[in-house]
Write a protein that binds this ligand. Sequence first.
Ligand code: NAD
Ligand code: G3P
Length: 340
Amino acid sequence: MQKIAVIGAGSWGSALAMVLADNGHDVRLVGRRQEQMDELNERHTNESYLPNIELPTTIRGYTGMEEALGGVEAIVLVVPTKAMRETVRKIVPYLQKAVPVIHASKGIEPATHKRISEMIAEEDASTNRISSITVLSGPSHAEEVALRQPTTVTVASADDEAAKYTQNLFMNQQFRVYTNPDLIGVEIGGALKNIIALACGVTNGLGYGDNTKAAIMTRGLAEISRLGTTMGAKPLTFSGLSGLGDLIVTCTSVHSRNWRAGRMIGEGLSMDEVLEKMGMVVEGIRTTQAAYELSEKLEIDMPVTKALYSVLFNGIDPYQAAEELMGRVKRHEVESLYRS
Ligand SMILES: NC(=O)c1ccc[n+]([C@@H]2O[C@H](COP(=O)([O-])OP(=O)(O)OC[C@H]3O[C@@H](n4cnc5c(N)ncnc54)[C@H](O)[C@@H]3O)[C@@H](O)[C@H]2O)c1
Ligand SMILES: O=P(O)(O)OC[C@H](O)CO
């Protein structure tokens, strides 16, 4: 039994806290709203994020870092990417010894183009309170994990022992955990599939069906691999759970916030209207900006990302963006998997 703090009491933080509690760990779930943490401690529910789910009574909710972090042996960070740096700055002063950190968020920072593990390492550089950083990623909608439906994920770290430690913490009969040493590939696959899910949603919103979705997913995976391998990822990782697996679940599931947001944009809603309706984080929007900037900087051809960027940030009509995608110059299918 380990004392573990899960920071971020949204849908994914709460579902991962359930997996850890099922495995017999002492879980402290840290949220921002006192009312929400009172609901968790008194009624063992988190209705705004995991409706109709009863959480294990052993999960305790906290709003204060000092109280939650006393004596913890590991920390799981599950806040939106844009809150990651601020969250790391808030936790490190309360760590009495260096502890392993596992993050389960999916994004890339616009402007710096940093992956989440890089952002965490930078924020801890002057304090050294984090002994290792591991990412947990893969096809895993919180709603289904909370129902204890069979789910598989990958954990990756530069530190092999940290990856195995994380595998042991989370693995159980319903939640199967693989290790993969390719930290870059696992983080890039998890972040970039959200762009492709948004794009699939847009095409569904335009009224296009499964042929279009399969095209966007397949060619989307090609451009994820092109960018990822240029950044140092191993190509095979993109065929695994954190690549193809997560792409499938996010582009095809009704649970996906990215797909749903894309569909509303395809139906003609503005980005502000979509975000107001969602009420939950849609990571793919900022990641589209980051990936587009990266593709320009590294001169990698990413046509789906570019088309989505033009819709989200330049006000291009989605129908026109789809027409332009289809009207590009002729390409060789396999050669274009690897070349710009
Ligand atoms: N929901 C899923 O099924 C799922 C699965 C895998 C990965 N993820 C990833 O996990 C991360 C979190 O997603 P989620 O689904 O839990 O989001 P969510 O919208 O359900 O919840 C986000 C949580 O973060 C908190 N938060 C927001 N801004 C914050 C800030 N500035 N500082 C501190 N806390 C803040 C919110 O209060 C909320 O508790 C995302 O990167 C997402 O891509 C989600
Ligand atoms: O609901 P989404 O689109 O944020 O996706 C959630 C997870 O990343 C699926 O694995």
